[in-house]
Design a protein around this ligand. Structure first.
Ligand code: SAM
Length: 310
């Protein structure tokens, strides 16, 4: 029995060694840590040591990582604003027989960073691409969220333009699956307010500084998160994991309520006006509209006032 187990392990190791050979003409997407250097895999170190050159989102950042593992390599930068031309240069070198590792500032290249474009370009040119998997903040946060992980929707960063951000949230108002958002600390409060305005009170898990010394997983709600950051300044990197409509409605498919859905597309002021036009007093109209949006009356009233001030 022991001999059989050993021979199976030996076979697995041989297969892994075979796959781990670094070959010319390939693009390697190498995942890097999202805050804890010990998360860099053995295979990532091997590939970074053996490729002909490394394309990095920020070479200054990646040099520190290479220094940590004792690797010196020719590097080129590949980032949002040079990705078109640089992508062509990099793929031309790979087509000429060189091997290239792509690393981004943190985590899995191509997930909410410029890696996506070079993978598309390489695929269109017939360049073989392989991944050296590792950290991804979205997946880490989802696993820690204590929310439903069976089905989820990755939303990445919401637009910084207010109207576009709200329009996108409107589109996903009835999303059944757990939703994952990336957010920068200086935009967190605005995003939390928009999430509350769109989804009402929902369970929300805030994952801050994952894998780092100050890692914090906050199990709260859209409403509770706003309360929390009224008192303190958001710091560090965040992933927001929001309960989907399926879980929020007790695991049932939400009943279709077309009339209510139409009301939810109105702005807060229009929503109140709709009930006032039906003869309700302003106070009752606010109460009823807040209920449609699963919000407390005072929070909804604040939204109505904010809209009036815009
Ligand atoms: N490619 C990366 C990945 O695989 O996760 C994501 C890159 S994206 C430009 C950076 C965003 O990821 C941050 O703004 C934050 O929302 C999230 N993020 C990255 N590292 C994180 C960490 N240690 N803790 C929480 N969120 C993190």
């Amino acid at each position: 029995m022991k001999a059989l187990a050993e021979s199976l392990l030996e076979n697995q190791k041989e297969a892994a060694d075979e796959k781990n050979k670094v070959e010319g003409g390939w693009l390697y997407l190498v995942s890097t840590p999202i805050g804890n250097l010990a998360d860099l895999s053995e295979r990532a170190i091997k590939v970074l040591s053996e490729v002909d050159f490394i394309a990095a989102e920020d070479t200054r950042n990646s040099v520190k990582l290479l220094h940590y593992i004792g690797v010196k390599k020719p590097m080129v930068s590949y980032f949002e604003h040079n990705k078109r031309q640089r992508g062509e240069e990099i793929t031309a070198r790979i087509l000429a027989g060189e091997s290239c590792a792509l690393v981004t500032d943190a985590g899995t290249p191509a997930i909410s960073d410029p890696g996506e474009d070079i993978v598309r370009l390489a695929a269109s040119l017939g360049i073989p691409v392989t991944a050296v998997p590792g950290c991804c903040a979205a997946v880490d946060a989802l696993a820690l969220s204590a929310l439903s992980t069976g089905r989820f929707a990755f939303e990445g960063f919401l637009s910084t333009a207010k109207n576009e951000r709200r329009a996108r949230l409107e589109e996903i108002r009835n999303e059944m699956r757990t939703m994952i958002f990336y957010e920068a600390p200086h935009k967190l409060i605005g995003t939390l307010e928009d999430l509350y305005a769109t989804f009402g009170k929902r369970r929300l898990t805030l994952c801050r500084e994952l894998t780092k010394k100050n890692e914090e997983i906050i199990y709260t709600t859209t409403e509770g998160a706003i309360e929390l950051y009224r008192e303190k300044q958001p710091r560090g990197e965040y992933v927001l994991v929001l309960e989907g409509l399926f879980e929020a409605s007790g695991g049932r498919a939400a009943p279709k309520n077309e009339e209510n859905d139409a009301l939810l597309t109105l702005s807060p002021q229009e929503h109140v006006a709709h009930y006032e036009n039906q003869g309700l007093s302003r106070m009752d109209a606010i109460k009823k509209a807040a209920k449609d949006r699963s919000m407390s009356k005072s929070d909804f009233y604040r939204l109505v006032c904010a809209e009036a001030e815009e």
